[in-house]
Design a protein. Structure first.
Length: 255
């Protein structure tokens, strides 16, 4: 799908596209109605708290969050699983929710031109510092929403690791699934990792049942027009499977 000459992954994003806040008031009104219809005042109150946290607090100069990848126990195993499915014709990789850039770097070292995207400014700054000696990797600050997801560039491979359930929380189920479909339409290989201990931002599930639950979600969302090439479970922040383990799906979208 993508070629090394494509714009977007190799060119700087205009500053206007890097704005994180910039409010969509019609969208906010629709989301308000959706939350109230879903659960009344209690659900609406939760949504307001989420908005204040996600849109304001996380982008204030006082917010600090510990590096993400060092807290995971399964990074090397996850990368080995992903890299086993990279082909020689893959040239461009997009890492959505790249945090401090672990997979962005790994993919660049593997020979791909890579772009990491994250919504948190401090993580982007940290990733840029760590990747300063990696010429084929760059990191962008970008807040992906239902309104701008179609502006993401095409790529051969897209990583969407432990991100989608946050969209489900902040934008609602329907919007989050539409965002997933848009991303899949822009890549040949989608590496998708949802949480294994809950169904997106919904109810808790047994990790042993998560693969089946998400396979059904993928099949339904894409009307069986994608192929799940492989799937495997990985530990999260503990090697105790009773706490949390997540499935990683390798999804072929060029059917």
């Amino acid at each position: 799908m993508a070629t090394s000459s494509k714009e977007g992954l190799t060119d700087e994003v205009p500053e206007s596209e890097n704005k994180v806040t910039g409010y969509d008031f019609p969208g906010m009104a629709a989301r308000t109605i959706e939350l109230y219809n879903r659960g009344g005042a209690a659900e609406l109150s939760r949504g307001v708290i989420d908005f204040l946290d996600y849109q304001l607090w996380r982008h204030s100069p006082f917010y600090h969050k510990s590096p993400y990848h060092p807290t995971r126990v399964d990074n090397d195993g996850r990368w080995q699983f992903i890299s086993d499915h990279l082909d020689e014709e893959h040239e461009l990789l997009l890492d959505i929710g790249c945090a401090d850039g672990f997979f962005t770097r790994k993919a660049a070292e593997h020979g791909l031109k890579t772009t990491g995207i994250d919504v948190e400014k401090k993580r982007v700054e940290s990733a840029r510092e760590k990747l300063s000696d990696t010429p084929d990797a760059k990191v962008e600050l970008r807040h992906i929403t239902p309104d701008n997801v179609d502006e993401l560039p095409d790529s051969d491979v897209t990583l969407l690791l432990t991100v989608h359930h946050h969209w489900d929380k902040h934008f609602g189920r329907e919007n989050a699934l539409e965002m997933l479909k848009t991303i899949a339409s822009k890549t040949d290989l989608l590496v998708y990792e949802p949480p294994g201990d809950q169904f997106l931002n919904g109810p808790s599930i047994d990790p042993d049942e998560s693969i089946e639950a998400y396979e059904e979600l993928i099949d339904t969302t894409f009307d069986n027009n994608v192929v799940i090439k492989d799937v495997e479970m990985f530990d999260y922040k503990s090697k105790d499977p009773e706490t949390r383990s997540d499935p990683i799906f390798i999804i072929g979208t060029s059917v």
